[in-house]
Design a binder for this molecule. Structure first.
Ligand code: SF4
Ligand code: SF4
Length: 405
């Protein structure tokens, strides 16, 4: 519990003037009805009102009015425990823009020494384009357009390094798309980690670097960029394919049958931009789409969350992986690189035969008539060093060494 009372609906009043941390109009919109509680993943795992959207808004009001000291540990804990998934927004009858409130909260709460050092380090890497170029993360896919540019592909900072095949797959699906070599970070990482003005500045700069409509394969980046550059300027990939009337071709098959494919939504794409029907329609065109309970809720990746709070991240993910396995799917499609990494790493850790693939990879494999790599349990001998005898011994492994390709 927060230890602070939230006002009942009928007693709701405007927050008194306070420290100027929050936009009062945003903070006042909450009527404390509690409709958002069942949608909140952190409330689901904690059953604690203080870890729900309503409880956190009560904490924000207490911070704003000075009823809580800025260094109160509950403020630090809850601003960090929240995934920022915005699942509380679509279910809110009062239209509370919780994502904006959370950004204002973290801007204040995570200033200076209070910002997690890991988040700070990642932001420093992402905002330095020369550093990304040095690492070969820009050059790898960049190319200049020979014709006037209508659409540009945004290369996500970490996606281009972790999953370079995603950008290649987009070029298979959209051969005319330009991939300008000069492009930096979109700033979503900064906006979600207490640097929202820097996040907006980076988005505006990227908007100048990418001509035409910006297409992105990262749901989180799409939502942030659209918030700064305008909804018409930015398309997430599935949305772009749907808007342009592109029809997927081919099929993804396994052992002579259509592959069974589930989805993991991107929270910001679903809850921020309300894009969720489009990727499902595209999957259904090339494979058997399998709806899985909870496929719309956060996977626990949530930007830097899986790195900053690994135990909570796994707690949130575990029932989802159980559900995918119970549904007997071959693949889980993702539309965001953070979700891709989260599912890939944790499916592998539990020795699951299910494979996480990005939507672009699935569609490109169908179009090219090539098989998608498929996961299977792969046990290999483990090599152990015997220090006393200075020799190497081979033994049966109890773990998974890697994915079969
Ligand atoms: S549903 Fe909306 S108005 Fe109701 S408690 Fe949650 S945030 Fe506040
Ligand atoms: S953003 Fe997600 S985790 Fe945070 S309060 Fe809203 S639903 Fe809960």
């Amino acid at each position: 519990m927060t230890g602070l009372q939230h006002p009942p609906h009928e007693q709701h009043m405007a927050t008194p003037p306070g420290r100027g941390i929050f936009d009062p109009q945003l903070l006042d919109r909450c009527i404390s009805c509690g409709f958002c509680l069942p949608a909140c993943p952190t409330y689901a795992v904690s059953k604690d009102e203080g870890s729900s959207p309503r409880g956190r808004i009560t904490l924000m009001r207490a911070l704003e009015t000075g009823r809580l000291d800025e260094d109160d540990p509950r403020l630090r804990e809850e601003s960090s425990f929240c995934l920022g998934c915005r699942a509380c927004e679509p279910v809110c009858p009062a239209g509370v823009q919780y994502g904006d409130l959370l950004e204002e909260w973290r801007d204040h709460q995570w200033r200076g020494r209070h910002r997690p050092p890991l988040a700070q380090a990642l932001m420093m890497v992402a905002e330095r384009t020369p550093l990304l170029r040095m690492m070969g993360l820009v050059r790898r896919h960049a190319r200049t357009a020979a014709v006037p540019v209508q659409t540009s592909l945004m290369l996500g900072c970490f996606e281009r390094g972790l999953f370079p095949g995603v950008s290649r797959a987009v070029r298979t699906l959209l051969p005319d798309i330009a991939v300008p070599p000069q492009q930096g970070c979109c700033g979503a990482l900064h906006a979600h980690n207490g640097e929202s003005e820097k996040g907006r500045e980076l988005a505006r700069k990227l908007g100048e670097q990418l001509p035409g409509t910006i297409v992105t394969t990262a749901g989180g980046c799409a939502a942030h960029l659209a918030g700064v550059l305008g909804r018409d300027r930015v398309h997430e990939l599935s949305e772009h394919l749907a808007k342009t009337g592109a029809t997927p071709v081919g099929e993804v098959k396994i052992d002579g049958r259509r592959a069974r494919v589930a989805i993991q939504d991107s929270c910001h794409l679903r809850n921020g931009l309300r894009v969720f029907a489009e990727p499902r329609a595209l999957i259904s065109a090339v494979a058997d789409f399998v709806p899985v309970r909870g496929d719309e809720s956060c996977c626990g990746s949530a930007g830097t969350y899986s790195l900053l709070r690994p135990r909570d991240s796994k707690r949130i993910l575990a029932p989802k992986l159980d559900a995918y396995e119970a549904a007997g799917v071959d693949y889980v499609v993702t539309v965001n690189p953070g979700c891709q990494q989260q599912l890939h790493a944790n499916l592998r850790r539990r020795e699951s035969a299910i494979r996480a693939v990005h939507l672009a990879d699935l569609l490109a494999a169908a179009a090219e008539g090539r098989p998608l790599t498929r996961g299977r349990r792969w046990r290999v001998p483990r090599v152990r060093f015997d220090l006393r005898r200075g020799s190497r011994r081979r033994g049966a492994s109890g773990g998974t060494a890697g994915w079969s390709a």
